[in-house]
Design a protein around this ligand. Structure first.
Ligand code: FES
Length: 168
């Protein structure tokens, strides 16, 4: 069965007809040509497909496009403002926070979303004694909150440093 849906992707309204079994990831990549969301495992294990949906990070391989009708979707393609890269993107470059780069768009989206979570006062995930007033995020906190995004090149030290610099 097919259904017509509308999504707002990286600031642009996009209308498409999809099979109701199509994942958001496949809709983005194969129907809308938004390829910064990567397909790694396609099973919710690697985080390469991470996008923000209505401000929250989501593994786009695990959600159906039709379930996101009307949603605001932000991918790594939509983070820059004109020629100006997002601070997290700039920090990844200056810290060499990637090697092959395949996981990088998902890492960056996850980092941006994570910092919003922290700003909104979500409690620490590493210490019950820490509350939102004690942010900026610690290294340990960043590593734990980013643990859903795997890097096969193991660039984790630089990834955490890149995020830490922006979160400070
Ligand atoms: Fe979605 Fe790996 S491709 S989590």
């Amino acid at each position: 069965m097919e259904r017509k849906i509308t999504l707002r992707v990286d600031g642009k309204e996009r209308t498409l007809t999809v099979d109701t079994r199509t994942t958001l990831l496949d809709a983005l990549r194969e129907r809308l040509g938004v390829t910064s969301a990567k397909k790694g495992c396609d099973h919710g294990q690697c985080g390469a497909c991470t996008v923000m949906v209505d401000g929250l990070r989501v593994n786009s391989c695990l959600t159906l496009a039709v379930a996101r009708e009307g949603a605001e979707v932000v991918t790594a393609d939509g983070l820059a403002e004109g020629d100006e890269l997002h601070p997290v993107q700039r920090s990844f470059i200056s810290h060499d926070a990637f090697q092959c780069g395949y996981c990088t768009p998902g890492q960056i989206i996850s980092a941006v979303a994570m910092m919003r979570e922290a700003e909104e006062g979500w409690p620490s995930v590493v210490s019950e004694d820490l509350d939102a007033d004690e942010f900026p995020l610690s290294r340990e906190e960043i590593a734990e909150r980013m643990s859903g995004n795997l890097c096969r090149c193991a660039a984790y030290v630089n990834i955490v440093e890149a995020i830490e610099e922006v979160a400070r």
